[in-house]
Design a protein around this ligand. Structure first.
Ligand SMILES: NC(=O)c1ccc[n+]([C@@H]2O[C@H](COP(=O)([O-])OP(=O)(O)OC[C@H]3O[C@@H](n4cnc5c(N)ncnc54)[C@H](O)[C@@H]3O)[C@@H](O)[C@H]2O)c1
Length: 366
């Protein structure tokens, strides 16, 4: 099958791993262009990975481009996704998916009207770690899922990211920045969410950048930086999730654990692709389980390759718009519940995305 030609918009911090995988690992795609509003960044990535550095307008004008990967800053996702769809191309966006629910809905409608695809990050749930957990749950190793716990506790990204301001602006904060990994993994493992309750707070009104080159710059914080909530899934399981940029460290909390009627599964960091996965059945000890699926290494771009393969095979892409929209509504729900003091009933739902194939050559999807 002919390769799907891709353009990449946004050549910042996360772009090298995407470009490395999309130019060297995945066999079904060809990255033709890179673009950034700071053109020198596109030129640098072009020198490193090969695709031609062009303007956003040039990239969008090429009829050969079928998919555009949007890895701009969160406040630009909707604007750039709109441009991509207007140009007649399918879009895969970094998280969060379009930020606001109305924007997300509008873009999904445009994509559907035009017969285009739209979807978004994360793609870590397609990696070996979460796919192994999914197989264990689906094969009944923990019985019926009853409950779970999920934690992302850290002190934010201003100590390492060169331009960390966006993490404290709308469409970011710990829930919109890190929540997508956790919520998408949980939906993939347990199915859609029915209702939630949340409590949010902003502990520090400002943040000081301690990374270079902006050391000492003060950031005004516009979003909640501690978001704690409980999700009731449609299958009846209840999972507590806390995402925080207000915590210096936690000693022994898991990323995600799922408790079932017959056992417990310890899910690996959903911000990664690999293991370890631990399983405890009844009264036995926890055992590390072998990974059953491919893509345990950093495979960012996997969902883009999956989208390309889905287009060629005429099937649904896994990181699809219903999944992204439902996860986005869950992310918003905690603040809406916190502000209103009420339980939030989810209006959207989604199907669990299809599991990945177990046996694949590196770089293959279908
Ligand atoms: N940095 C990470 O470790 C990481 C990890 C996973 C996901 N992400 C996500 O990836 C996205 C990008 O993050 P980053 O760390 O690379 O940010 P960044 O600020 O380093 O890079 C973003 C780039 O997008 C460009 N850009 C912004 N708006 C644009 C527009 N309208 N047109 C063209 N170019 C535009 C900027 O000039 C910049 O070079 C974010 O959504 C972030 O949440 C980042």
């Amino acid at each position: 099958m002919d390769k799907v030609k891709i353009g990449v918009i946004g050549c910042g911090n996360i772009s090298p791993i995407y470009l490395s995988n999309l130019t060297r690992v995945f066999k079904n795609v060809e990255v033709k262009y890179v673009a950034d509003r700071i053109h020198e960044r596109a030129v640098k990535r072009s020198e490193e990975y090969g695709p031609k550095a062009v303007s956003v307008a040039e990239l969008l004008a090429d009829p050969e481009i079928e998919i555009v990967l949007n890895i701009t800053n969160p406040d630009q996702h909707t604007i750039v996704n709109r441009q991509i769809l207007a140009a007649g191309k399918s879009a895969h966006s970094e998280k969060p998916f379009n930020g606001f629910l109305d924007d997300a809905k509008e873009l999904i409608d445009i994509a559907n009207q035009k017969g285009l695809r739209i979807g978004g990050a994360p793609d870590t749930f397609l990696g070996a770690g979460i796919q192994t957990c999914r197989k264990l749950i689906d094969d009944g190793y923990i019985g019926e899922p009853v409950a779970g716990n999920a934690f992302l506790l850290c002190h934010g990204h201003e100590s390492w990211h060169p331009d960390p301001e966006f993490y404290y602006k709308k469409c970011a904060g710990p829930m919109f920045d890190m929540g997508p990994y956790y919520i998408t993994a949980l939906i993939s493992l347990l199915g859609p969410v029915k209702r939630t309750v949340g409590f949010t707070k902003k502990t520090f009104p400002t943040r000081k950048i301690t990374s270079e080159p902006k050391y000492g710059t003060i950031i005004d914080v516009d979003v909640p930086t501690h978001v704690a909530g409980t999700m009731e899934f449609a299958n009846g399981a209840t999972v507590q999730l806390t995402t925080s940029f207000d915590v210096w460290g936690a000693k022994s909390l898991p990323c995600i654990e799922i408790y079932g009627t017959e056992g417990t599964i310890v899910v690996p960091d959903p911000n990664g692709f690999g293991g370890p996965v631990y399983l405890k059945r009844f009264n036995t000890e926890f055992k590390e389980m072998p990974l059953t699926h491919c893509y345990a290494e950093n495979s960012r771009g996997l969902a883009v390759a999956d989208l390309a393969s889905a287009i060629r095979h005429g099937r649904k892409h896994r990181a699809n718009e219903q999944l992204c929209y439902h996860a986005l509504e869950v992310m918003h729900s905690f603040e809406l519940s916190s502000d209103s003091g009420r339980v939030y009933e989810l209006k959207s739902t989604c199907e669990r995305p299809a599991p990945m194939k177990q046996v694949l050559e590196k770089g293959e999807i279908d």
